[in-house]
Design a protein around this ligand. Structure first.
Ligand SMILES: Cc1ncc(COP(=O)(O)O)c(C=O)c1O
Length: 460
């Protein structure tokens, strides 16, 4: 039992964190002899830790803080709403902020994606989409259409349903057996194309899987506009248009998982708009509130909702906090900022500068590839650039966890060093960042990557 619930000193907080806070996706054993990093404050593109040290938030706090930290006006919108109506569910009732936000989202989403089902986060949005697909097909006379095609190494969340779509073996195996029906096909890793595929025929992997599984058993295809896990895989020309065609041919629901790729991350409201395709469902979260409050949403087309408007049918699914009035008020204030302060325009204007800074690192031996779109990029690290030879598991562990993560953080840059696929560093700054921030990122990345090259390639 804790002796206090309000820690007054830094040491107390450390002690309580180690004893009580179970951090997500964290090797908790590592904190036995390391401090837990404790972030106490944020402003703009920066956060500060409990020792007063400043960091550039180069990952937008997990791809969330589109408008940056410390916006008192957005926080105030939440506080005002809490005073007026702190909570009421969206189960059989509505409240003004959820209605206004749903209408606002429908106005921004592509095509006839007019039906907004709120959730508390991204995994719940994906879970909702997968369940909607099942019930939709049952209601429209195709009860066997239950399988979901996703892409290898893609991350779609951790709940058991969403996990069946997630294509990261290490995240799946500890929890198997998963919800049945998850099938995985080649992703759009253009640096390391899957055997038998070129950029021009990658979408055929989806068709081959449908034919293999049997078209009458496949309910949905789920894809991110730019796939996060593996390191920001962008689609080749025409990829999504061909997937759309394939889905149409086989009555398969196309889900665009935009938990990261919406709300300006790629310079558009939604990633589907950047690549000009029309999904049947978009799943979103994170930047919808710039993370000033937790929220997610599944945005479905009128066609997807049609069977649910008949007779006594309902979508037998919901979450207590979905569409929470405080989160909805915060989301509306966040969208105001995105709209009135030219945040999407900022991304479009400076995307090339961001990319150029990353490209300039290509002279460093271990930089194998630079890829991504908008303010969502990755650098793939390789042992040998000419052969594209990657680091093996043990080297990757030494490189990422033994050196890069700690060193980048120590030098004041928060980003992600990840090896769910091949080793990458991901950079995804707040959407208000500009050239001076790119310079700052470069001033940390360059010496750290050069040092990593000396250690890993030259064994110096
Ligand atoms: C594409 C995608 N889908 C789903 C999720 C799960 O979202 P959450 O962590 O909010 O449940 C994530 C989280 O990063 C994501 O990137």
């Amino acid at each position: 039992m804790a002796t206090t619930d309000h820690a007054s000193t830094r040491e107390d907080l450390q002690e309580l964190a180690k004893r009580h806070l179970w951090m997500h996706f964290s090797r908790m054993g590592a904190y036995a002899d390391h401090d837990v990093p404790i972030i106490v404050r944020g402003e703009g593109c920066y956060v500060w830790d409990d020792k007063g040290k400043r960091y550039f938030d180069g990952l937008s706090s997990l791809f969330c803080t589109q408008i940056g930290h410390g916006r008192a006006d957005v926080a105030q919108a939440g506080a005002d709403q809490a005073k007026e109506l702190g909570y009421f569910p969206t189960w059989s009732y509505a409240h003004p902020r959820a209605i206004e936000l749903a209408a606002r989202i429908a106005g921004l989403a592509p095509g006839d994606l007019n039906r907004v089902f709120f959730t508390s986060g991204g995994g719940e949005a994906v879970e909702s989409a997968l369940k909607l697909v099942r019930q939709y097909h049952k209601l429209t006379g195709h009860p066997n259409k239950t399988k979901v095609i996703a892409r290898k190494v893609a991350y779609h969340g951790t709940t058991l349903g969403a996990l069946s779509a997630t294509g990261v073996t290490d995240l799946r195996q500890p929890f198997e057996p998963l919800t049945p029906g998850g099938c995985h096909v080649a992703n759009t890793n253009l640096y390391r194309l899957a055997p038998g595929y070129g950029a021009e025929n990658l979408a055929e992997a989806v068709l081959e899987c449908i034919e293999f599984e049997g078209p009458d058993t496949v309910g949905a295809v789920i894809l991110e506009p730019v796939q996060n896990a593996g390191g920001c895989f962008t689609p080749p020309e025409g990829y999504f248009q061909r997937v759309r065609e394939i889905c149409d041919e086989h009555d398969i629901v196309m889900i665009s998982d935009e938990v990261i790729c919406s709300w300006g991350r790629l310079g558009e409201w939604f990633g589907a708009q950047r690549y000009d395709y029309q999904p049947d469902i978009i799943t979103t979260a994170k930047g919808i509130t710039s993370a000033y409050a937790p929220m997610g949403a599944m945005i479905a087309s009128d066609r997807m909702m049609e069977p649910f408007l008949q007779g006594s049918t309902s979508f037998a699914h919901g979450f207590t906090f979905a569409g929470h009035p405080v989160a909805a008020a915060v989301a509306l204030a966040n969208i105001d900022v995105l709209e009135h302060e030219g945040v999407l325009e900022n991304v479009r204007e400076h995307e090339a500068g961001f990319r150029a800074m990353l490209e300039s690192l290509r002279d460093i031996e271990i930089v194998g590839d630079v890829r991504g779109a908008g303010y969502f990029h990755a650098i793939e690290l390789v042992r040998d650039r000419d052969t594209k030879q990657s680091f093996d598991h043990q080297e990757s562990e030494i490189l990422l966890r033994g050196f890069l993560s700690g060193e980048l953080f120590r030098r004041g840059l928060i980003c992600r060093a990840d090896d769910r696929g091949d080793p990458v560093i991901q950079l995804s700054p707040p959407l208000i960042a500009g050239p001076e921030h790119f310079e700052e990122m470069e001033s940390v990345l360059r010496p750290v990557l050069e040092e990593a090259t000396r250690r890993m390639v030259h064994k110096a």
